[in-house]
Design a protein around this ligand. Structure first.
Ligand code: ADP
Length: 442
């Protein structure tokens, strides 16, 4: 039953009954007096409670619940409960909205919403940064008045007019060399979501991939053309034996060049697919350096003064084959770029300061101009293309060295003076060194 009726029945009916009974017994005045007093007392309490509830109704704040009793208390409890539920629901919705906002902000993409007339409704910081917008100032403005790149404007207009635009458009980003991809998606009632993504890195990789394929094709094309030319001459003409032998020698030289290139490409590809870190096997450097020395002497054939200073028992943790290839490359470069009669000094020693180890190759060769040094480890970068080819270079040697060193957390240092010579040093960190037959650092 409704509590108001219930309380009326429980309290008022017996009281009014009592008043009537007093009248019935002949005390009519007393009965009336009691009825008037009781009704006045009730009215006063009603008005006080109603005034308190009225004041509370300004905001129904759950922290300011009024003190009332009787059925007013039930009414206030009811409002309180509803208000509490509404507050909890509001808090839940606010938290969900905040989480959604954080989630959007964590995305690598920028997100921006537009109405059907291209006015900005909302914009997250990433999109604002990508499109150089100020969310405080630019909300409500038309996006095509703020981002004026023609490809962008055409894309947005095509979408707005229902023409079939491309899935996305590429436009220059906020700083030099940056490229953005922008994509528009429909959602809700005539609203649109604009996604912006920084694709500079992908574009750079794509250019590198295209350049790499062009370089490899070019490198293979030259020897192949030479071989094809000789083969044609040999098949169409009867040449003296000495000339045939000369042509065959030249063809063999070209095929060796191609073989060298393919081997270097395979080495690079296996390095790239081998993860970021080289293994931690102990490499016996005494043996490895002896091999480097033998190879160097055989390549130089006594044309240079070779000098080797190797600290014994100073081993590395790493991959033996990779290290042999990298260190051998530095020595072979020194021999190939040092004219006959020059001097080459190869050292392997502990570094006093860092407790690491250093492999350095110093030559008295042709040297390198300073502007070329930062680019030497790029694939196919050569200071003098014809000299590199003549000496059997593929243009990939230092790229391989850089990769191997990176996988051993080592770095390459190059010092050179044009016409005087160069020093290439591979600096290994302390944690990669180990004393021969020991478990700890060397
Ligand atoms: P390449 O097969 O052409 O030698 P590398 O990657 O080993 O390719 O070296 C890149 C370029 O660096 C070489 O073409 C050469 O111009 C330069 N270079 C490397 N080592 C030396 C050196 N010791 N002295 C002079 N130039 C060098």
């Amino acid at each position: 039953m409704n509590p108001i009726w219930k309380q009326f029945l429980v309290k008022a009916v017996p009281l009014l009954g009592l008043c009537w009974f007093l009248g019935y017994l002949g005390f009519a005045t007393a009965g009336w007096l009691l009825a008037v007093l009781a009704l006045s007392w009730w009215l006063l309490r009603w008005v006080t409670a109603a005034a308190r509830v009225w004041n509370w109704s300004a905001d129904f704040a759950v922290s300011k619940v009024p003190h009332v009793d009787g059925w007013w208390e039930d009414l206030v409890a009811r409002i309180y409960r509803l208000q509490k539920e509404r507050q909890q629901q509001l808090e839940r919705q606010t938290n969900e909205a905040a989480e959604l906002r954080h989630m959007i902000q964590a995305l690598p993409e920028g997100v921006l919403t537009l109405d059907q007339d291209n006015h900005i409704l909302w914009c997250d910081p990433t999109a604002a940064h990508h499109l150089a917008l100020d969310p405080g100032r630019d909300l409500g403005l038309s996006i095509i008045n703020l981002v004026r790149h023609p490809d962008f404007v055409n894309y947005i207009r095509a979408h707005r007019e229902g023409r079939q635009p491309d899935a996305m458009v590429k436009i220059p980003g906020p700083f030099p060399g940056a490229i953005l991809s922008v994509q528009l998606l429909d959602y809700g009632r005539a609203q649109r979501l604009l996604l912006t993504r920084d694709i500079s890195q992908w574009e750079k990789l794509d250019i590198m991939r295209r350049d790499f394929i062009a370089n490899v094709s070019h490198e293979l094309k030259t020897p192949l053309t030479v071989i094809a030319g000789f083969l044609e001459t040999l098949s169409e003409h009867t040449l003296p034996v000495e000339q045939q032998a000369h042509f065959l020698a030249l063809m063999s030289e070209q095929s060796q060049r191609m073989q060298g290139l393919v081997e270097d490409l395979l080495t690079l590809s296996s390095l790239e697919s081998g993860g970021d870190q080289a293994s931690e096997d102990q490499v016996a450097m005494d043996q490895l350096l002896a091999q480097v020395e033998r190879d160097a002497c055989s390549l130089s054939q006594g044309r240079h003064t070779m000098n080797f200073t190797f600290e014994r028992g100073l081993n590395l943790r790493g991959n033996e084959q990779e290290l042999l290839s990298a260190l051998g490359n530095l020595v072979s470069n020194a021999i190939r770029y040092t004219p006959d009669g020059g001097a080459i000094h190869v050292r392997w020693a502990r570094q006093q300061g860092t407790q690491g180890a250093s492999f350095s190759v110093q030559d008295s060769g042709i040297g390198i101009e300073a502007q070329h040094i930062p680019r030497l480890t790029e694939r196919f970068y050569r200071v003098d293309r014809s000299r590199s080819r003549e000496s059997g270079g593929t243009g990939l040697g230092l790229a391989i060295v850089k990769h191997v060193l990176m996988r051993h957390q080592a770095r390459l240092e190059v010092k050179s003076t044009l016409g005087k010579g160069s020093t290439f040093s591979a600096e290994f960190p302390a944690h990669r060194t180990v004393a021969a037959d020991g478990d700890g650092q060397a």
